[in-house]
Design a protein around this ligand. Sequence first.
Ligand code: SF4
Ligand code: SF4
Length: 127
Amino acid sequence: MINSLKQLRNTAASTGFQSSLWGDIRIADSCNGCGACAEACPTAAIVITKQDDLCSISLDTSRCTQCGLCQDVCCCESIKMFSTVDLDAMLAQIPQVLIIKKQKDIDNLLEPLEQRMSRLLGYVIKN
Ligand code: SF4
Ligand code: SF4
C-alpha cells in the first residue's frame, strides 16, 4: 500500500488526496495544551512535546485512522479532523508539527476548575 502511494506521488499531484484509511487534523489557536487529545489517541498519532517555555503538538498522518476521539475529548473544540490527507506528510511517516504555543499563552487560556464546572453544569458554584 505504501509503495503504491509512493508511485502515486511520482505520477500525480502530491497533496490533498481523499482517504478513508488515514486522516488529518488541524488545531486552532484556542488549544490550551492540556494533552487530552494525545492521551485519547489510540494509535499515538498525536505527540505533545513540552520543552522550556514551548509546547508543540505534532501529528503522524500515517497513524491517524480518522477515529475522531481527539476531536471528541477536546474541551476547547480546538481540533478538527479531515479526510483529505497530505500525501507527502503521510509518506514521511514522522510527526509533523501542527502548532507551537508559548507557556504564558497557554496559562492565559486555562480556565479555573470552578469556572469550568459552572459552565458545564450551567449554574454558579459558590465556595
Ligand atoms: S487540541 Fe484540545 S485536547 Fe488537544 S491539547 Fe489542545 S486543548 Fe487539549
Ligand atoms: S482521529 Fe483518532 S487516530 Fe486520528 S489523531 Fe485523532 S484520535 Fe488519533
